[in-house]
Design a protein around this ligand. Structure first.
Ligand SMILES: Nc1ncnc2c1ncn2[C@@H]1O[C@H](COP(=O)(O)OP(=O)(O)O)[C@@H](O)[C@H]1O
Ligand SMILES: [Mg+2]
Length: 230
C-alpha cells in the first residue's frame, strides 16, 4: 500500500476576480514525514496555492488534507491539521505576552485555560523559548519571534507545517538556528522559499511553480539546476 498523502491536490484552478489565472491545473502530494520546498518566481502562484490549502481561497479542483476534503464545513478541522507560519511574524503575534500568544490557538479550540497553558509551555520548550514566556512579543528579535510563531502553530498539534519564506527577516545565525529547529520537528513540511541553500539543507525534494503550474519536480539540486534557480 502506498502511504496516503497528507496533502492531496488535483487539477486545481483559480482565477482572481480581475481575470488573472493564478493557478492552472495544479497537482501535488505531500507524504507523511516529507519536507517539500516550493520554488518559483514572484507571481508564479505559490501564495495563491498555499491559501487554498486551508480554505482562505477556493478554486476548482480537489484538495484534501489528511484525507479530509477542504470545504466550508471541514475548515475548523482542516485548520487544526495544517499549521501556517506566516512570512512576517508580526502578522501572527498579537497578544501581550509570549505565553498568551502561544496559548491563544488551544484556548480558541475550547481547551481549559490550564490545559492550554500547559500546551503552550510545551510548545515553547520545543522551540527553545520557554525563558521568554512572560515577555512581550514585540521585544523579541526576528529569530525569536519566528520561534514563538512556530510554537503557536505547534501548540495546535498539527500534522503539517506550512512555512512561507521563513528566513526573510533572519540574520545568518538566526537562519542557522531556524534550520536546526525545523530539523527536529517531526511534522511533514511545505516550505516556500527563495533560499535554495536552506531548501537543500532541509527539503527532501522540490517543486517549481511557473505561471500557475508545477513545471518541475525532483531533488532541490535537480530542480534548481533545471530551472536556472540559484
Ligand atoms: N488579490 C489579487 N488579485 C488579483 N491578482 C492577484 C492577487 N493576488 C495575486 N494575484 C496575481 O496572481 C498571480 C500569482 O500570485 P501569487 O500567488 O502571489 O504568486 P507568488 O506567491 O508565487 O509570488 C500573479 O499574477 C499575481 O499578480
Ligand atoms: Mg508569495
Amino acid at each position: 500500500m502506498p502511504k496516503s498523502s497528507l496533502i492531496r491536490v488535483r487539477n486545481l484552478r483559480f482565477r482572481y476576480p480581475d481575470g488573472t489565472q493564478a493557478l492552472d491545473g495544479v497537482a501535488f502530494d505531500l507524504l507523511p514525514g516529507e519536507c517539500v520546498a516550493v520554488l518559483g518566481p514572484n507571481g508564479s502562484g505559490k501564495t495563491t496555492f498555499l491559501m487554498h490549502l486551508n480554505g482562505l481561497l477556493s478554486g476548482e479542483g480537489e484538495i484534501s488534507i489528511c484525507g479530509i476534503p477542504v470545504q466550508k464545513n471541514t475548515l475548523p478541522e482542516i485548520r487544526q491539521k495544517i499549521g501556517f507560519v506566516f512570512q512576517n511574524s508580526d502578522d501572527q503575534l498579537f497578544m501581550p505576552t509570549v505565553l498568551d500568544d502561544v496559548a491563544f490557538g488551544p484556548l480558541n479550540l475550547g481547551m481549559a485555560p490550564e490545559q492550554a497553558s500547559d500546551r503552550a509551555r510545551r510548545a515553547l520548550e520545543q522551540v527553545g523559548m520557554q525563558h521568554a514566556q512572560g515577555k512581550a512579543p514585540y521585544h523579541l528579535s526576528a529569530g525569536q519571534k519566528k520561534r514563538v510563531a512556530i510554537a503557536g502553530v505547534l501548540a495546535m498539534e498539527p500534522a503539517i507545517l506550512v512555512l512561507d519564506e521563513p528566513t526573510t527577516f533572519l540574520d545568518p545565525p538566526g537562519r542557522r538556528a531556524l534550520l536546526e529547529l525545523l530539523k527536529t520537528l517531526p511534522q511533514a513540511k511545505l516550505l516556500v522559499t527563495h533560499d535554495v541553500g536552506f531548501a537543500m539543507d532541509l527539503a527532501d525534494r522540490a517543486v517549481f511553480f511557473d505561471q500557475g503550474n508545477i513545471t518541475a519536480t525532483g531533488t532541490v539540486e535537480h530542480v534548481a539546476e533545471k530551472c536556472g534557480w540559484r
